[in-house]
Design a protein around this ligand. Structure first.
Ligand code: ADP
Ligand code: MG
Length: 728
């Protein structure tokens, strides 16, 4: 049975059916996807021909007939109202990085003092929110407000329950009146189509395309997050406004003991986790793992992988559920990449692969990998893509928040390189020398005690320091930040790999024609891949990505290293990048340029909000507390002198402390001045913010954190790291 189809089965989660086949598997009582308008529900509720039309759209990408939409809409409305829904909304992902919704009631007055419920096909298929308040990056002026949302029928409709209300949510794409994409979903869907087309060309060459109507990008996203006590959260303006602490002295016990990772989960937290899971199950999000992470109060949740656009929608639901459920347990969920200085930050590992609708994972090396030339083509396509477009990949994870994390020896460096592991590294070496002849075997581990089982060993070790690692049958992109949406990084991945597949199939088609004989094909593939390995092997690196030696080596190899976000974001609208997005119809030049603009603008806003928050906190909380203590110190001197005691030490302490306080005043004044400076050119403004505002803020922080270790605890106005990083 096909297992990974972009068809009805996918939407009923039966692409996970392979995981329901084992000997010891049983159906569970846990209701799953009960708040989702699944294919099964549609099959039960829709007339046969309408259901078939939907299937054709999902399986073969056919456009949906408008007459069908009316029937579907009315069935959806009935289903939703039976479950208590009063409103519907087109649910979309504008370029803010969040989701947006505008609710409309099903209810319409009938003019005779009573009301009817109504939901038409056109209301399902198209919406018209005012687009002027969403970022457009100069595509549209504020007065040109019109924007449209369009139903993405490949991602299932679901019910959103919040505060006792139920709303029918329709996943949509969001475009301007002139047709430009204003969201993250539209280019994702376009990139998936491009990837599918190019991958199928390769399958056709190998003659493995029987029954393959679609090649699907698959995504599985691991989400890291912090939980802190909500009462403490509300005592810190920086957490409330920025989701991050702008001040905070290092606690005596951070993560030095490494005792939190995979540790037993605190009771209150596990209660929280299972409620999040229950809510996500209802929404059809297949949450699978939960555990403690490296830092104190840091945790992780991961669902099973799904079709990319569904996984991307579900990822947004995961973040929303974490935020929504935490307060019920007196907790606050923090998704920021670096909430606490000196403590590990949070990322989002994005696992990515390609799969046919017939269920074949195209990145599965199988046992005799050296004979699996088709796999090697897909592998080399990824290698070439990452090398050619390292700048784009780097830029796809750039944000003011992620800057605190990337390259900070806890998250991968900002240099994009690929970890392959022993077995594949060996085969790539053989490919380079002309043709692979053998596959390194897995072997097993003898643990030394007879009662312990022999463990089959993977062909390669793990490497946490690599930003882009092959992990068995997929790649894991680890540079993505915890608060970011996954749609954009996966759009970039799909597009650049599509470009490489186009390049490879072009070369192969030229060498052997459309219906090649197998021997001729083998040798043509070897030639093409040998060329690719020679040209792009510089991007492969299996060593420790944290070391200075690697940074030096990467420089020698000519690999780009955009240490921070501004320089990375400035690469987006380059000629090369415009060309690749335009060639595959993913983004026009205008759309791409507008995105670069929006990302830079967001960077500026985020840094400035933090700076303003730091100034406010310093002026209204830290300085007053320090001054109070300064008075106490002065009184100590005075009373010592009055008593005729030696006040030399007390006087020195006072002078020392007063020096710190005046240093703080000066640092605040510098930050204030730098934050005021504006530049109409967003790129120049971002550079100013990066070069002047951030260091000035860091300088304020240094003094504040020093003061925190000196001012008596009863005078210190904000909760400390020590208090916050401990869940009772
Ligand atoms: P780890 O913590 O070892 O990185 P996890 O088991 O926490 O691994 O997460 C691995 C993620 O990779 C899961 O979300 C899983 O569903 C996903 N995954 C597995 N196979 C694929 C695939 N073919 N395509 C995309 N994602 C995948
Ligand atoms: Mg991982």
């Amino acid at each position: 049975m096909s297992s990974l189809a972009l068809n009805g089965k996918t939407r009923d989660m039966s692409h996970h059916r392979h995981e329901l086949n084992g000997a010891s598997q049983q159906r569970v009582d846990q209701t799953f996807a009960e708040d989702v308008f699944t294919m099964r529900v549609m099959q039960q509720r829709l007339p046969k021909e309408v259901f078939r039309a939907i299937q054709r759209t999902l399986n073969h990408g056919e456009r949906l007939d408008p007459s069908v939409a009316d029937v579907v809409a009315s069935s959806m409305k009935e289903w939703a109202m039976e479950r208590g829904a009063t409103h519907y909304t087109h649910w979309f992902q504008p370029l803010t990085g969040l989701t947006a919704e505008k609710h409309d009631a099903f209810l319409v007055p009938d003019g005779e003092g009573s009301a009817l419920s109504e939901f038409t096909g056109s209301a399902l298929v198209q919406g018209e929110p005012d687009a002027s308040s969403f970022p457009s990056g100069g595509i549209r002026a504020t007065f040109e407000a019109r924007g449209y949302t369009a139903w993405d029928c490949t991602s299932p409709v679901f019910l959103n329950r919040n505060g006792g209300t139920v709303t029918l949510c329709i996943p949509t794409a969001f475009v301007s009146w002139t047709g430009e994409a204003l969201d993250k979903k539209t280019p994702l869907l376009r990139s998936m189509q491009a990837l599918s087309e190019q991958a199928r060309r390769v399958l056709k060459i190998f003659g493995t395309d029987q029954g393959v109507t679609n090649v699907i990008a698959t995504l599985g996203c691991e989400q890291e997050y912090f939980l802190i006590d909500r009462e403490l959260f509300y005592k810190r303006d920086d957490l409330i406004t920025c989701d991050r602490t702008v001040f905070g002295a290092k606690p005596p016990k951070g993560q030095q003991l490494e005792d939190h990772y995979f540790g037993s989960i605190p009771t209150r937290v596990i209660g929280f986790m299972s409620e999040v899971e229950r809510e996500l199950y209802r929404l059809g999000v297949p949450v699978k793992t939960r555990h403690n992470e490296v830092a104190p109060c840091q945790f992780e949740l991961a669902p099973l992988f799904e079709t990319a656009n569904i996984a991307s929608d579900h990822q947004m639901l995961v973040m929303e559920a974490l935020k929504r459920v935490a307060p019920r347990f007196g907790l606050q969920c923090i998704l920021h990449e670096k909430p606490f200085k000196g403590i590990n930050g949070s990322g989002k590992h994005v696992n990515w692969s390609m799969s046919t609708n017939t269920g074949v994972n195209l990145l599965d090396p199988r046992d005799d990998t050296h004979t699996n030339m088709q796999f090697l083509v897909f592998l080399c396509a990824v290698i070439r893509a990452v090398d050619l477009h390292a700048d784009l990949l780097r830029a796809s994870v750039a944000s003011a928040a992620n800057d605190h994390r990337l390259g900070a020896n806890e998250a991968p460096p900002a240099i994009m390189s690929i970890f392959l592991g022993d077995m594949l590294t060996d085969i790539i070496g053989q490919l380079e020398r002309g043709g692979p002849k053998s596959t390194k075997q897995k072997g097993s581990l003898d643990l030394g005690a007879k009662t312990l089982p022999h463990l089959p060993r993977h062909t390669g070790d793990r490497n946490r320091t690599s930003p882009f690692a092959f992990t068995g049958n997929k790649f894991e992109f680890r540079a993505v930040g915890s608060s970011g949406a996954v749609a954009w990084p996966s759009t970039v991945l799909n597009t650049i790999v599509a470009e490489s597949l186009d390049y490879i199939s072009g070369m192969l088609e030229k060498a052997v024609g459309k219906n090649p004989d197998p021997a001729k094909l083998q040798s043509a593939v070897k030639d093409v891949l040998q060329g690719i390995v020679k040209e792009h092997k510089r991007v492969l690196f299996d060593g420790d990505g944290y070391t200075k030696e690697w940074h030096a080596e990467a420089k020698k190899r000519g690999l780009p290293n955009f240490r921070e976000s501004v320089s990375a974001l400035q690469q987006i609208p380059s000629k090369k990048n415009i060309a690749v997005f335009e060639k595959f119809g993913v983004l026009s030049k205008l759309e791409l340029e507008s995105r670069a603009h929006i990302f830079l603008e967001k960077y500026v806003k985020q840094v400035l909000i933090e700076a303003e928050t730091a100034i406010l906190l310093a002026n209204t909380q830290v300085l007053p507390a320090a001054q109070r203590y300064q008075i106490e110190l002065a009184e100590t001197v005075a009373s010592a002198e009055m008593a005729g005691l030696d006040a030399k030490d007390a006087r020195a302490a006072l002078a020392d402390f007063a020096g710190l306080v005046s240093k703080l005043r000066k640092a605040i004044a510098v930050l204030d001045r730098e934050a005021e400076r504006h530049d109409d050119d967003v790129s120049a403004h971002a550079e100013h913010v990066r070069d002047k505002v951030r260091p000035a803020q860091e300088a304020v922080r240094e003094v504040v954190d020093e003061l925190e270790t000196r001012v008596p605890r009863d005078l210190w106005p904000i909760p400390s790291y020590r208090e916050m990083l401990h869940i009772k």
